[in-house]
Ligand binder design. Sequence first.
Ligand code: NAI
Length: 393
Amino acid sequence: MNLTDHQIQILPDGTLSVPNTVTVPFITGDGIGAEITPAMQQVIDQAVKSAYAGQRQILWKEVPAGQHAFDTLGTYLPDETLKAFADYHIGIKGPLTTPVGGGIRSLNVAMRQGLDLYVCLRPVRWFKGVESPVKHPERVNMVVFRENTEDIYAGIEWKAASPEAKRFYEFLHDEMGVTKVRFPETSAFGVKPVSEEGSKRLIKAACQYAIQQGSKHVTLVHKGNIMKFTEGGFKNWGYELAEQDFKGQIRMDDCICDAFLQNALIKPEAYDVIATMNLNGDYVSDMLAAQVGGIGISPGANINYEAGRAIFEATHGTAPDLAGKNQANPCSIILSAVMMLDHMGWHEAANKVTQAIESTFGQGYATADLARFMDQGKPLGTKEFATALCQEM
Ligand code: NAI
């Protein structure tokens, strides 16, 4: 068997050519990863089988990362893992323990940076039956495009009172004439790089997505009223891009981030596709997920549309308190796999999974974290929930 036969290819126009039998690298993940990842594979295999009558299939290829990789290979993130994701253009991962101590700050960040996955994509919708803190969670249906590589999250910062912070302050004061630092002796410093290229490639991906999905509406969420060159630059480059590349195809508007957080609670139906920077995107994604009660089940992906690379992921952590108990909710990684199927153009299989989740929740079946809030909820273990979804398909 020639492995390249099962690889996704990127066509010259940037679209994906997906063979009927396709290899998907996956990271099982630490903690509950050992339970939710096989549950996801069982459900996705069943969906593909029943959608395409055996004409299509996924070959799962395990690649190492996390604690298990460290214990067996001496590294948390082997180069071969990043290479597999790059070569196969696609992959999915369970949660990873963040190593304690020096070296890698976060494996997720290392992966995003190593593969230049500049979009963090978070669709947010409500599933009937899921407990929500708001009155009308069904009105929330948004997709957040969060910039993943720039902003104050770029990791350029210096500890207060360190020689680096002192030197940086001297540069600011002596060479740039900055006199606004209130307590220079005890200040830590961070740098917020925001570029035209970085902003435009993110906003372009959001516009293309909005066109594909038919909403054609993109909202730029920013704090350009205060940070005029960084966040304001993001906004201006967004409008410039819309004018140059998407004239007549996109309805673009913008909203100051604090107002957006309020509006998203009061009139969520006003928003469709959100394009925002790294820090705002972090807050916005989690607030919207909480609004639909889905912080534990919300899916996500990190994507580089230009290079055609995407890693789909469970957005929660390793839940050490639940590991090994067959209690973890596998919905986050399952819904991330649904995003992956949609990304591959296997929409029929994706829809089967979504419908199975809707119908299973509708009958009150869910893992304990959700079932306890449902009317007549019936808690199932991780394995039993996955089997229930398969039966529903
Ligand atoms: P966590 O998300 O693992 O757990 C927070 C709470 O949510 C716990 O009560 C847990 O039981 C519950 N929970 C999480 N996932 C669940 C699921 N699928 N079903 C039911 N309940 C679930 O966050 P925590 O405890 O802060 O982090 C644990 C480890 O995970 C740390 O090492 C952290 O760095 C790492 N982490 C990794 C992430 C990733 O790989 N994407 C994201 C967040 C944390």
